[in-house]
Design a protein around this ligand. Structure first.
Ligand code: ZN
Length: 357
């Protein structure tokens, strides 16, 4: 434990880094104070206001509703139900949320641009990228047809630094990249984006506009294979929101499939004529509930991958579903081994039954 210098400990126990690892949803920022959804008491069902505040200055948290409070390490320990010592050890072993371990200084982040502008810029951006054969093959193996791979605008992330800079140079000549999650300026104020081993998965809204980009990593990072293309805490960076992808969700819909992975969501969307909500890395059901409330939905079928393929499963079950159960939805959980399982007869039969119910 002697390698732990003060700086490293400070970085790893930073309240925002802890919140990141716990998938705590930050709703608002006011100076050094962040308002978030409490992982212990969820959201306030009546006012739906975030009750957890995270203070960057003293690294403390407190919830005005359930009274939970303390330091960042304690927050991690409490959520994970481990000792403070174990929490510190785990935090130090995990990567800092800045991904590339560069500065963790909080620089002012931009407010996110309107969707029309994001859509235009992301489309121009994706237009400059290619989908490598191995990623195309990967999608084919999951059950995607050629045309839907094209329609989905999946693109491999360039590893070459010069290439990434050049792409941003071209892009920033035409567009202002402030307010577009994923892009940031480097020390020389030239625009760039981070490299990841993986490919982009555009997250469309119900009108077909690109809200943001999810990244599907070739190998899981911190037990997570799908992350947001985001650039908070970078010069002129912008934090991605937890975008939902909804499709065929109407006011009079009474059943819905909900799933936690955009690639899986796309596969379901393209093969089943059913209302669908897809999410990624959210810490509670608040944003899902907001969508459900606009509809007549009574029956929810969660389609999720089994534990060995989905490290967040316990988390999803305990935190996401928990808030929905008391609200009298009929909840059915359908576990799948692989994405392809959605084409299995058993899956379809169960699904039909549920729809009738
Ligand atoms: Zn609370």
């Amino acid at each position: 434990m002697n390698v732990l210098d003060f700086e490293a400990v400070q970085e790893h126990t930073n309240i925002l880094n802890v919140a990141y690892h716990l998938c705590i949803e930050i709703v608002k920022q006011r100076g050094n104070e962040y308002e978030a959804i409490c992982p212990f008491c969820g959201y306030n069902k009546l006012s739906k206001t975030p009750t957890l505040s995270l203070n960057l200055q003293n690294n403390k948290y407190c919830c005005s509703r359930c009274g939970a409070g303390g330091y960042s390490t304690g927050l991690y320990a409490k959520v994970k139900e481990i000792s403070n010592g174990q929490a510190l050890k785990e935090l130090l072993e995990r990567e800092c949320y800045s991904m590339d371990k560069t500065n963790l200084e909080i620089t002012p982040t931009n407010t996110i641009e309107d969707i029309e502008i994001r859509d235009a810029i992301y489309r121009a951006f994706l237009g400059m990228l290619k989908l490598e054969i191995r990623h195309k093959q990967y999608l084919r193996n999951l059950g995607f047809h050629e045309s839907s791979i094209e329609y989905g605008l999946y693109r491999s992330i360039p590893k070459n630094y010069i290439k990434r800079r050049l792409i941003c140079k071209t892009l920033s000549r035409k567009y202002n990249l402030c307010g577009i999650p994923g892009f940031f300026q480097e020390a020389d104020f030239k625009w760039c984006f981070n490299s990841f081993e993986g490919f982009f998965v555009p997250v469309f809204d119900k009108n077909g506009l690109i809200q943001g980009l999810s990244i599907h990593l070739d190998k899981p990072f911190n037990n997570n294979q799908d992350i947001w293309f985001s650039s908070n805490n970078k010069i002129n960076g912008t934090k991605a929101k937890s975008f939902l992808m909804t499709s065929k969700l109407e006011e009079d819909s009474n059943s819905v499939i909900i799933t936690d992975n955009f690639i899986l969501g796309n596969l379901i969307r393209e093969n089943f004529d059913t209302p669908l909500i897809t999410f990624q890395n959210i810490s509670n059901s608040y944003i899902i509930l907001r969508e459900l409330e606009k509809t007549n939905i009574k029956n929810i079928t969660f389609v999720i991958r089994l534990k060995q393929a989905n490290e967040n499963l316990d988390y999803i079950i305990n935190r996401i579903f928990r808030n929905l159960i008391p609200l009298n939805y009929n909840i059915d959980i359908k576990y799948i081994d692989e994405f392809k399982d959605i084409f299995e007869e058993k899956f379809s039969v169960n699904y039909t039954l549920n729809k009738v119910a």
